[in-house]
Ligand binder design. Structure first.
Ligand SMILES: *Cc1c(COP(=O)(O)O)cnc(C)c1O
Length: 391
C-alpha cells in the first residue's frame, strides 16, 4: 500500500471487511462490544489488539477504517478521528500541553482556533505568542528554547495567507517543538505537510473530506507515538470521538475527494483569473494568482492555489449587495462543499473579533470568501460578474 498513489489509497486504504466480504464499508453502529468471557473483557481492557474494540468513544471498526484511510492518504503513521474539526484542533493542543508551556501561533486563524489559543489555553496557564505567520523573522524571534509547540493554518481562513511549513518546522525542530498544522485549505489531496516537516496535521473533515455538507467531523494525524500515546488517552476520556455513521460518510467522501478538489481548484483558478482580469474589484486574493504575495510558496507547497478565493467589494454595504444578488452561489459559512458558498467573514465566522483585530488580519468590511463548488466554472463566473455589476 505504501507505493500506492493518493487516489488509490483514498479508495482502498484502511478497509476492514466483515465475514460477509461486503464491497462497501460496513457501518458498525454500535457503542459497545461483547466479550466471550470475563477473562476476555479483562484482557482487552489491559491491552486491546489491533482489531479489538471496547467502547465507541475509544474506537470503532468503521471509525478505524476512516482513521487508517486518511492516515495513509496524508502519509501519517496513525490518526484519531474526532467529532468536529474543532475537537481535533483542541485535542491536538490540549492533549500535549500543560500549565507553563509556551506555544507560538500564527495570528491569522479561523475564529474558533483563535478562541482555543487565546482564551482556553491561556486560562490553563499556557503562554501563547502570536506572530504574523508569513513573516519568518517573527517566528524566529518568538520560538524559544522552551517552546513546546507551534500552531498555524497552512493557508489561513479567510485571507489565504500561505505559511512556509518547511521553514517554520526547521525553526521549531531546532528547539524540539512539535509542529501542529491545521491543513483544511490544503486538503489531504494537495498536502505534503508531513514530508515538508509537520509533526501533526489536523483536518476539519466537515469541509472537503465530506465535501457535501452533511456532517461535522475531524481528524488528528501524526506519529504512532503521538496519536496512541498522547492524543488517544486524552480524546477517549474527554469525549470528542467521531460517530461510526459519520466515519462511514467520511470514508465515502474520501473515495471521491481527489476528483472533487481538483475540479474545485481548477474552477477557483478560472474564477480568480477572470475576476482579476476584469479589474473591477479592489482586491482578488487567491494563492494561485501571480499577484498573491506567497504565490511561489503556494505552488511549491500544494501544487495549486486551492479551492477558496476571497474578494473585496469595498464596503460592507457593497459586499451585502453583491451577496444578495448571487443566484447560484449560496450564502452560508461552510467551505469545501459541492455547492459554491459565499461568506462574509466580518459579520459571520469572524464576527466575534474586535474591529482592530479584523483589520490587522485583513478581514475588511468588504471581504467575501468564496468556496468554489462543483458547478460549471463559467456559470459561477457569470453569476459573480452579474452580481458585481449591480454595485
Ligand atoms: C472549519 C474549520 C475548522 C473547524 O472545523 P469544524 O469541523 O467546523 O469544527 C478549523 N480550522 C479551519 C481552518 C476551518 O476552516
Amino acid at each position: 500500500m505504501k507505493t500506492w498513489n493518493k487516489r488509490t489509497k483514498a479508495v482502498h486504504a484502511g478497509i476492514r471487511r466483515s465475514q460477509y466480504n461486503e464491497v462497501s464499508e460496513a457501518i458498525y453502529l454500535t457503542q459497545g462490544f461483547v466479550y466471550d468471557t470475563a477473562e476476555d473483557a479483562e484482557a482487552r481492557f489491559i491491552q486491546a489488539g489491533e482489531d479489538e474494540f471496547i467502547y465507541a468513544r475509544y474506537g470503532n471498526p468503521t471509525v478505524a477504517m476512516f482513521e487508517d484511510r486518511i492516515a495513509a492518504l496524508e502519509g501519517a503513521e496513525e490518526g484519531f478521528a474526532t467529532a468536529s474539526g474543532m475537537a481535533a484542533v483542541n485535542g491536538a493542543l490540549t492533549a500535549m500541553l500543560r500549565a507553563g508551556d509556551h506555544v507560538v501561533s500564527a495570528r491569522a486563524l479561523f475564529g474558533s482556533c483563535l478562541y482555543i489559543l487565546e482564551e482556553v489555553l491561556t486560562r490553563f496557564g499556557v503562554n501563547v505568542t502570536f506572530v504574523d505567520g508569513t513573516d519568518l523573522a517573527q517566528w524566529e524571534a518568538a520560538i524559544r528554547p522552551d517552546t513546546k509547540a507551534v500552531f498555524f493554518e497552512s493557508v489561513s481562513n479567510p485571507t489565504l495567507e500561505v505559511i512556509d511549513i518547511a521553514a517554520v518546522s526547521t525553526m521549531a525542530h531546532a528547539v524540539g517543538a512539535t509542529v501542529i498544522v491545521d491543513n483544511v485549505f490544503a486538503t489531504p489531496v494537495f498536502s505534503d505537510a508531513i514530508a515538508q516537516g509537520a509533526d501533526v496535521v489536523v483536518y476539519s473533515a466537515t469541509k472537503h473530506i465530506d465535501g457535501q455538507g452533511r456532517a461535522l467531523g475531524g481528524v488528528i494525524l501524526g506519529t504512532k507515538e503521538f496519536i496512541r500515546g498522547t492524543v488517544e488517552p486524552y480524546m477517549k476520556h474527554t469525549g470528542g470521538s467521531m460517530s461510526p455513521f459519520t466515519a462511514w460518510m467520511m470514508l465515502k467522501g474520501l473515495e471521491t475527494i481527489d476528483l472533487r478538489v481538483r475540479a474545485q481548484a481548477a474552477s477557483a483558478q478560472v474564477l480568480a483569473d477572470g475576476l482579476a482580469a476584469d479589474g473591477v474589484l479592489s482586491n482578488v486574493i487567491y494563492p494561485g494568482l501571480p499577484s498573491h504575495p506567497q504565490a511561489a510558496l503556494a505552488l511549491a507547497q500544494m501544487g495549486v492555489g486551492g479551492t477558496v478565493l476571497s474578494i473585496d467589494a469595498g464596503t460592507q454595504a457593497a459586499a451585502f449587495k453583491l451577496l444578495n444578488a448571487l443566484d447560484i452561489w449560496t450564502i452560508s459559512n461552510n467551505l469545501g462543499d459541492a455547492k459554491s458558498i459565499a461568506t462574509h467573514p466580518a459579520t459571520t465566522t469572524h464576527q466575534r473579533l474586535p474591529d482592530e483585530t479584523k483589520i490587522r488580519l485583513g478581514i475588511t468590511p468588504g471581504l467575501i470568501r468564496l468556496s468554489v463548488g462543483l458547478e460549471d466554472a463559467g456559470d459561477l463566473l457569470a453569476d459573480l460578474r452579474a452580481a458585481i455589476a449591480t454595485l
